[in-house]
Design a protein around this ligand. Structure first.
Ligand code: HEC
Ligand code: HEC
Ligand code: HEC
Ligand code: HEC
Ligand code: HEC
Length: 254
């Protein structure tokens, strides 16, 4: 069941709601907890603020060119188990695209590649720009151990702070954004929910709002120009008959 939205779509509403809430003394407890929710995000751990009421999530939260970099939402909440430094560098900065065991996902299987391949790939693959600062030797050491049959180092996804706004089930909440939309859950593989293409009355699960507000996240899999990647071209349906032709997108941050 879709959790009922309390706030409508916009952050402004969230902010207004929080000040109205404070007016009512009987609701002081909720007010205080909302204050803590909003300020707790502001004091977030190693990454600083994750959500600012005035402007939403910080920086490049869903920008595909920042997958695996420090301001990206997946990077912020991924915590590797202890292991060699190369393993945690790989898990945080590379695994979203190459798979947690490096056998491939959005990018190819890279088990056993030498450091020079990594350097070369960073120079030519647009999605990998920004990774040159990492220790490619240590990462290559870990990729070599995987090739030789070592068990991949594990990790956890720390979503406690996300539940406040995205609901305890992470499927909507006051944010009306489900973690099971663009990908199948916090640790899930690529896969959209049932109804993603046709159930228009469920804003947390239908792709329309995501396609409008967070289109840069779609580009990660549907191609930088939305002309097809590992997901289909948007224009396959948005051709003027099945669905309207999409406005030319000005992709933020590109
Ligand atoms: C945002 C997604 C993304 C991230 C993050 C990413 N890669 Fe890649 N990587 C790709 C894609 C896509 C390709 C394939 C490009 C192509 O074939 O045109 C690739 C190619 C490579 C290749 C070349 C493989 C070959 O067989 O030619 C290596 C090596 C590599 N990546 C290593 C890494 C390492 C190490 C990291 C982390 C520091 C990393 N990548 C982070 C998407 C990514
Ligand atoms: C204080 C409330 C709040 C918290 C805490 C919160 N979110 Fe959000 N999130 C929102 C709202 C509201 C939106 C919708 C943003 C909009 O309308 O622009 C959103 C949207 C998103 C989006 C869609 C893209 C974007 O940039 O807006 C992602 C991804 C996301 N959140 C991930 C997370 C993750 C991961 C966490 C936990 C680390 C988290 N959120 C914690 C309120 C929150
Ligand atoms: C607007 C689209 C969108 C929404 C909504 C969204 N994500 Fe993501 N998420 C992405 C993209 C794009 C990636 C990078 C590609 C990938 O890993 O599939 C990603 C990657 C991740 C990763 C990294 C996985 C890894 O192996 O490194 C985690 C964890 C994650 N998201 C958690 C969440 C959580 C928790 C929420 C809900 C609060 C959420 N996401 C909502 C688009 C989204
Ligand atoms: C992590 C990769 C990934 C991301 C991110 C992603 N998609 Fe997809 N998408 C796919 C793949 C793969 C398919 C084809 C398989 C499927 O239907 O699940 C697909 C299919 C679709 C379909 C057709 C679904 C159907 O039932 O026919 C729509 C619509 C769609 N995506 C919209 C979006 C929108 C809008 C976004 C951004 C908010 C987005 N996707 C983000 C990978 C992704
Ligand atoms: C399987 C078919 C299909 C695919 C693929 C598809 N869409 Fe849609 N989309 C639809 C339908 C159907 C609607 C609802 C149209 C309507 O309400 O008339 C829609 C609605 C939308 C809307 C809302 C339009 C509005 O004016 O409110 C946006 C934005 C959108 N899609 C973006 C995208 C993006 C971005 C992609 C590619 C990542 C994509 N769609 C791929 C079928 C699809």
């Amino acid at each position: 069941m879709q959790p009922r939205s309390l706030f409508g779509e916009k952050r402004e509403a969230l902010r207004k709601f929080s000040s109205n809430l404070c007016v009512s003394v009987s609701l002081w407890l909720s007010c205080i907890s909302l204050f803590f929710i909003l300020s707790a995000c502001g004091s977030g751990s190693e990454s600083g603020k994750i959500f600012v009421p005035e402007s939403g999530h910080v920086g490049n939260w869903v920008n595909p060119l920042f997958v695996g970099q420090n301001g990206f939402h997946g990077t912020v909440i991924k915590v590797p188990e202890s292991g060699p430094r190369g393993a945690s560098l790989f898990l945080i900065h590379c695994a979203a695209c190459h798979g947690n065991d490096a056998t491939g996902r959005i990018g190819p299987n890279i088990q056993g590649v030498p450091a020079s391949f990594i350097t070369a790939a960073i120079a030519v693959v647009p999605l990998m720009r920004g990774h040159a600062i990492l220790s490619q030797g240590e990462i290559a050491g870990y990729l070599g151990s995987l090739k030789a049959g070592a068990e991949p180092v594990g990790f956890s996804i720390e979503v406690t702070s996300c539940r406040e706004c995205h609901s305890s089930g992470l499927d909507g909440g006051i944010a009306q954004i489900s973690c099971f939309s663009c990908h199948d859950g916090p640790e899930g593989p690529v896969g959209h929910p049932a109804g993603w293409a046709d159930v228009r009355d469920d804003p947390a699960r239908f792709h329309g709002r995501y396609g409008k507000d967070f289109v840069e996240a779609c580009a990660n899999c549907h191609g930088v120009d939305l002309n097809g990647g590992i997901g289909p071209r948007c224009a396959e349906c948005h051709d003027g008959s099945i669905a309207p032709v999409l406005e030319p997108f000005v992709l933020r941050g590109f």
